[in-house]
Design a protein around this ligand. Structure first.
Ligand SMILES: Nc1ncnc2c1ncn2[C@@H]1O[C@H](COP(=O)(O)OP(=O)(O)OP(=O)(O)O)[C@@H](O)[C@H]1O
Length: 358
């Protein structure tokens, strides 16, 4: 579809569906116009208008356009109206509402052999979907949230397999489950609960490791002070089911755990110390708010609604975002200076692996 055809099609859709929202005005009465570009389209109202140009109008146009353009384009959901100035001498049309989009829809990666796929990757790039990847040099902390059975462990195993060649890994596995098996197969350090030891004892052991990571951060900061270009190896602390660590743990130990996590999240960026956290939800009981604010890859799988997105995407109303059907689907947001800030529909990769790991 050419831009011109797309423009006409969008105008028709908006003329028909927007009617009641804008007091029956249409592009035929010259009330608004649409312009299509490579990265999105503009809704140009002609002012003065009998309708109000506000968030509610913006979200309405988003709903109409996103459905109308699916699957040719994915319109990227914004939290509020996105105004842009237009270079026009005519005061009636000097502004527009902007709707950025991505060509096509999110497509799942299907990986026939995870080990050889992981071995074939070079550099620090982790493929996520057919047209989306994360550069591990540009992000610090990753969070994966989702209800039970949504595919968190499956997604975590994928990340672990990809990270193995990029970063040193330390795995903390409170459920003594898939990550521990993966760690055994791949010769990676894992901390898991053991018989005859209390929960607080287990969390103390984790605190010890976190504290060593924090010491490493301080040492690396000293090196950076002398040579700001120094390149460090990545170290990633992987914590599965974070919520299980803070619940029912002695308060002093939980406080130290939170404090260590916060410091690592805040200071790890420059020194290449990362967190990869997995939890059913990321409320203030599972991680401190300061850690949540530092997360730069947010993944929510399974049920997507106002309630489930409130912790990782507090400003997002997921209405109108087309969540693909199937296992391991949801939303992803990558906050680096390469990707636009928006939240995208996600399909986690499907892969095949040696028996016994999962
Ligand atoms: N992207 C995917 N592609 C194919 N199958 C998937 C995908 N994600 C999850 N699954 C399947 O869905 C099932 C549940 O996934 P998983 O065990 O990872 O969920 P979970 O969120 O970790 O659950 P729990 O919290 O109960 O451990 C598994 O059998 C897994 O094989």
């Amino acid at each position: 579809m050419s831009y011109k055809e797309c423009q006409q099609y969008l105008l028709q859709c908006l003329n028909m569906a927007l009617g009641s929202q804008i007091e029956g005005e249409t592009s035929y009465t010259n009330s608004f116009d649409v312009k299509v570009g490579e990265h999105g389209f503009l809704f140009i109202p002609r002012l003065p208008s009998s309708y109000v140009i506000d968030d509610s109008l913006y979200q309405k146009i988003f709903l109409i356009a996103n459905a109308a353009l699916y699957p040719s384009y994915t319109v990227l959901k914004q939290n509020s109206a996105y105004f842009v100035p237009l270079d026009s001498p005519d005061i009636h049309t000097q502004r527009a509402l902007y709707f950025p989009w991505k060509k096509g829809i999110s497509k799942r990666l299907i990986i026939p052999d995870l080990d050889s796929f992981a071995a074939s990757q070079t550099g620090s790039v982790i493929p996520i979907m057919e047209n989306l990847s994360v550069d591990y040099n540009k992000v610090t902390s990753i969070a994966i949230a989702g209800n039970s059975g949504s595919g968190k462990s499956y997604a975590l195993t994928y990340f672990l397999s990809m990270l193995k060649s990029i970063s040193e890994l330390i795995i903390i596995d409170p459920k003594f489950d898939t990550p521990s098996r993966w760690a055994r197969e791949n010769d990676v350090l894992v901390i898991h609960p053991e018989k005859n030891r209390s929960k607080s004892d287990f969390v103390s052991q984790i605190n010890e490791k976190l504290s060593q990571a924090l010491d490493l951060i301080y040492t690396r900061q000293g090196i950076l002070f002398e040579n700001s270009d120094y390149k460090f190896d990545h170290l990633t602390l992987v914590i599965d089911e974070v919520l299980a660590l803070s619940e029912g743990t002695n308060k002093a130990i939980k406080d130290s755990f939170f404090s260590l996590l916060s410091q690592i999240a805040l200071l790890g960026r420059a020194t290449k110390v990362h967190l990869l956290l997995v939890s059913q939800r990321f409320d203030y009981n599972s991680i401190p708010v300061s850690v949540r604010e530092q997360l730069n890859v947010n993944i929510q799988i399974g049920n997507i609604n106002n309630k489930t997105v409130q912790f990782l995407f507090p400003d997002l109303n997921p209405e109108g975002i087309v969540i693909p059907a199937g296992l391991g689907t949801g939303l992803i947001q990558i906050i680096d200076n390469e990707h636009p800030f928006q939240v995208l529909p996600l399909l986690c990769p499907t892969y095949y692996t040696k028996k016994g790991i999962l």
